[in-house]
Write a protein that binds this ligand. Structure first.
Ligand SMILES: NC(=O)C[C@H](N)C(=O)O
Length: 482
């Protein structure tokens, strides 16, 4: 018999439906796995063991009484920038190290309403700024595939939790690749939903025009299951899209023959490593064998999307993070003699180096005299990126793309070189800039056995279609490896 934690969420759900397993057994098994392995991985910042077992019992009761929601009894890990009422939500920052929110994010409320069980809160780069989870105030997270390497970021804790079987499902957030890149580095599946598909209410804001909450799991089906539970209109988020969301999970098995998949040639420029290039080309070939058509195309805005992202996201961050001033809530430095000194000392001591870098960069590009040259220009580039994708997706169903230029690198390798770190986001940020959905999933391994990821970028609200293509790909890829 397989260990409980070796199952997919869909399998666990089926086992609970047949009364072969209880939510308590499942939750206890994951808590035990956390206890055993998280010392070496560092995926979690907070583990809510007692509350999880109580929630599992409540889920078992609900199921017995015929009130089981779509995630009834399934454990889930939640990134620590998603507010959970009564449970510490730190954003992996000293600034919020003792912050317990009085309310929950809508996405988390939806999980609870569906019967999910919170296992704990996962590590991340401080305020989601970074690509390695090394920018956490608390500790770095290690990649479960090779603990000398980074798990990616900023949702590195969520990806590592799923990859090390410390959770079957996890929520992350993605501003410029923060779900997709750690999924790729850890060899799991992650979805960045269409901007507006999942409520941002209760997600601590980094860059409001780019942030989205999304699911991570070991299979495409589990990602679909979790996405179906969290998407939907929310009047508390003014950018949430009022529309009908049809379940994506049930559509996964529909045929994909005849799908048109675009492959822009700019992806293959300098910087793309050989193993990732091979993985993407092999994936394209596999899609052709599955009956899809690969269409070569161009994405001329690719190179300018990256600087535009860092201008826009930092500008928005400098404004969003102004609320952390040592007065209303969060960290307050000791030894001040004036109001200005509270601000100055609290922010100087409460934020880490990367967060300060982004605030400075953001304030600079918004300042009088520089606004037109940087911020306005970046917004113009944003329009070009939107137009590029619109042109491609007018005739093609989706775009096939690398997730990151390389596989997971060593801990500490890029820590002192922020520019190198930023360059790793070249393939993921255009998707946020255009507000499109994209799923990241494994498509190969390099010589050292490290996972290579690919992403499928869809039309706005085209989650069902990209998940379907990803599911077919993963099925055939797994069959071959087995
Ligand atoms: N937040 C993200 O999506 C990660 C991106 N690497 C950033 O630092 O902005």
């Amino acid at each position: 018999m397989k260990q409980i934690t070796a199952h997919t969420a869909a399998e666990l759900l089926a086992a609970m439906e047949k009364r072969e397993l209880s939510a308590r057994q499942i939750t206890a098994a994951y808590l035990e796995q956390i206890e055993k392995t998280d010392r070496h991985i560092g995926a979690y910042l907070t583990v809510t063991a007692k509350e999880a077992l109580a929630a599992a019992d409540a889920a078992d009761t609900a199921r017995r009484q015929g009130r089981a929601g779509s995630l009834c009894g399934l454990p889930v890990a939640v990134k620590d920038n998603i507010c959970t009422a009564g449970v510490r939500t730190t954003c992996a920052s000293k600034m919020l190290a003792d912050f317990t929110p009085p309310y929950s994010a809508t996405a988390f409320k939806k999980l609870q309403a569906a019967g999910a069980v919170l296992l704990g809160k996962t590590n991340m780069d401080e305020f989601a700024m970074g690509s390695t989870t090394e920018n956490s105030h608390f500790h770095p997270t290690k990649n479960p595939v090779d603990p000398t390497r980074v798990p990616g970021g900023s949702s590195g804790g969520s990806a590592a939790a799923v990859a090390s079987r410390q959770a079957p499902l996890a929520l992350g957030s993605d501003t410029g690749g923060s779900i997709r890149q750690p999924a790729a580095y850890c060899g799991v599946v992650g979805l960045k939903p269409t901007y507006g598909a999942v409520s941002r209410y209760g997600l601590v804001a980094f860059a409001s025009s780019l942030d989205q909450i999304g699911p991570l799991a070991n299979t495409v089906e589990d990602v679909a299951l979790l996405y179906d539970a969290i998407c939907g209109h929310d009047p508390r988020d003014a950018t949430s899209a009022p529309r009908d969301y049809t379940p994506t999970r049930t559509a996964l098995w529909q045929d994909i023959s005849g799908l048109k998949i675009a492959l822009p040639r700019e992806y293959f420029g300098p910087g793309l490593s050989a193993p990732v290039k091979q993985g993407i080309l092999a994936a394209a070939h596999r899609f052709e064998q599955l009956g899809a058509e690969i269409v070569e195309t161009t994405l001329p805005s690719l190179d300018s999307a990256l600087p535009a992202y860092y201008v826009i996201s930092s500008a928005e961050a400098s404004s969003n993070l102004a609320r952390f001033d040592g007065v209303k809530y969060g960290f307050r430095a000791a030894g001040f003699t004036s109001r200005d000194e509270i601000y100055l000392k609290s922010r100087s001591q409460g934020f880490g180096a990367e967060v300060k870098r982004r605030i400075l960069l953001g304030s600079f590009v918004l300042s009088a005299g520089y606004f037109d040259a940087y911020y306005k220009k970046a917004q113009q580039v944003r329009t070009l990126v939107v137009q590029d994708f619109a042109r491609i997706l007018d005739t093609c169903d989706m775009v096939l793309s690398p997730v990151a230029p390389t596989t997971a690198y060593k801990l500490g390798e890029k820590q002192g070189d922020p520019m190198q770190m930023y360059l790793g986001d070249v393939y993921t940020v255009p998707v946020n800039i255009a507000g499109l959905p994209a799923v990241s999933l494994p498509c190969g391994r390099d010589e050292q056995g490290l996972p290579v990821g690919m992403q499928l970028i869809g039309r706005h609200f085209g989650e069902a279609q990209i998940l379907r293509a990803a599911h077919h790909f993963a099925q055939s890829y797994r069959e071959e490896r087995a």
